[in-house]
Design a protein around this ligand. Structure first.
Ligand SMILES: Cc1cc2nc3c(=O)[nH]c(=O)nc-3n(C[C@H](O)[C@H](O)[C@H](O)COP(=O)(O)OP(=O)(O)OC[C@H]3O[C@@H](n4cnc5c(N)ncnc54)[C@H](O)[C@@H]3O)c2cc1C
Length: 373
């Protein structure tokens, strides 16, 4: 099988590795001049790890979980707990550096994958990929669009709804030195949230989400300090341990509407190209890994019936990813509530809700197995 994968993000790297391990000749096209994971940290859950396992890639994520605060959940800015996660519900959670994950995935591509960097795709038509330099790759048996939120492959599959701004921006970084944590999770204020997650080496991945008008200029790290330094410990300490040069900020976006299809003919979408979601459940990359594992498993068992395998992929993946995207969006909306009465109500409701509800949701999302064909 001659397969072209467009985009070497997490989705593209996992798909290329999976297809190649099943015997396909894979060309991986990346527009950037190198394959690199930007953007600090990433949370991987049980479902993502299971997807990696099924792709034969589980070892790209270190198993060690050397730092594990006993408490994890949601707090108010004064430190009062709103909800607590059951440690068993997040037992598989691993926080990794994106750059490490990318490097490890790239290192696992076998000789059956030709990686072409600095190669942007302009459009896809039927079984042909047209590159930015106007050359084409023809006669593909499979074209995988793994080219992210602003996918160029998507229009070949379905009507493209484009990207929609969620109403808030996020600053992110990993501390430059380890910080002692006795607890982790997210803290919710009015129109702003702060999250902390420890890495196995004791450094801390953090994010700060703040409501902002679309297109408005965001402040720098000073603004983050000003907004959050007075929140409960150890947020101030985490910010003090951060090198301002490591801090990045970006608007939070998602697909404007769910797609009507992930597959058309021999063209298939994975990852953010298919279902870009807000990061509120930490599931975007996990779902990209599930996509790659599902596609690989279905095609491996397909024999001559590739079209049937792709139809099954479409059915399985659209339903699950679009439900998770809806949930993530709702969690973000409530988390970013700004008005004082609404926030009081939210906090009361969260404290009153049995922790079992939240833990049940966490378990359900992680409860996934690759298809057997
Ligand atoms: C603030 C934030 C925090 C997040 N935290 C988490 C988390 O904790 N856990 C989690 O699971 N997910 C998280 N996510 C989501 C996650 O980052 C994405 O879902 C995931 O990276 C998507 O991977 P992808 O490979 O589909 O797309 P991308 O990472 O966007 O990769 C697309 C690749 O395609 C390339 N490309 C684009 N266009 C072209 C073209 N025309 N031709 C060739 N190449 C092209 C790009 O250069 C890029 O390399 C977070 C997202 C944000 C914004």
């Amino acid at each position: 099988m001659k397969a072209v994968v467009v985009g070497a993000g997490i989705g593209g790297l996992c798909t290329a590795a999976g297809l190649s391990s099943s015997g396909a000749d894979v060309t991986l096209l990346e527009r950037a001049s190198e394959v690199r994971g930007g953007g600090s940290g990433l949370s991987l859950f049980g479902n993502g790890l299971r997807a990696l396992e099924s792709l034969g890639l589980r070892s790209v994520v270190p198993d060690a979980r050397e730092v594990s605060p006993t408490l994890n959940g949601t707090r108010r800015p004064d430190g009062r707990w709103l909800t607590r996660f059951d440690p068993a519900a997040i037992a598989d959670l691993r926080v990794v550096r994106r750059s490490d994950l990318h490097e490890a995935l790239l290192g696992r591509l076998g000789s059956g994958v030709e990686v072409r960097t600095g190669t942007g795709v302009r459009e896809v038509h039927d079984r042909t990929v047209r590159l930015d330099d106007d050359t084409t790759i023809d006669g593909c048996d499979l074209i995988v669009g793994a080219d992210g939120l602003r996918s160029r492959v998507r229009p070949a599959v379905t009507l493209d709804p484009g990207a929609a701004y969620a109403g808030y921006v996020a600053w992110r970084a990993i501390t430059a030195r380890p910080v002692d944590l006795d607890a982790a999770g997210e803290t919710m204020g009015r129109g702003q949230r702060f999250g902390i997650a420890p890495l196995p080496d004791g450094h801390v991945y953090w994010f700060a989400a703040v409501n902002y008008d679309k297109g408005a200029d965001t402040g720098g790290f000073d603004e983050v300090r000003q907004r959050f330094s007075s929140w409960h410990a150890p947020i101030g300490e985490v910010l003090d341990a951060t090198d301002p040069a490591d801090v990045g900020v970006l608007p939070i976006e998602q697909l404007a509407r769910p797609l009507a299809a992930f597959v058309r003919g021999r063209c298939v979408l994975v990852g953010d190209a298919a279902h870009a979601m807000t990061p509120n459940l930490g599931q975007g990359a996990n779902q990209a890994m599930e996509d790659a594992a599902t596609l690989t498993a279905l095609l491996r068992g397909a024999g001559q019936d590739v079209d049937d395998a792709l139809r099954t992929y479409d059915r399985l993946r659209r339903r699950r990813t679009q439900r998770i995207a809806r949930q993530a969006s709702a969690v973000g909306r409530v988390g970013q509530w700004q008005s004082a009465p609404a926030v009081r109500l939210r906090d009361l409701a969260m404290r009153a809700a049995p922790d079992a509800v939240l833990n049940g949701q966490l378990r359900r999302i992680q409860d996934w197995q690759p298809p057997v064909r």
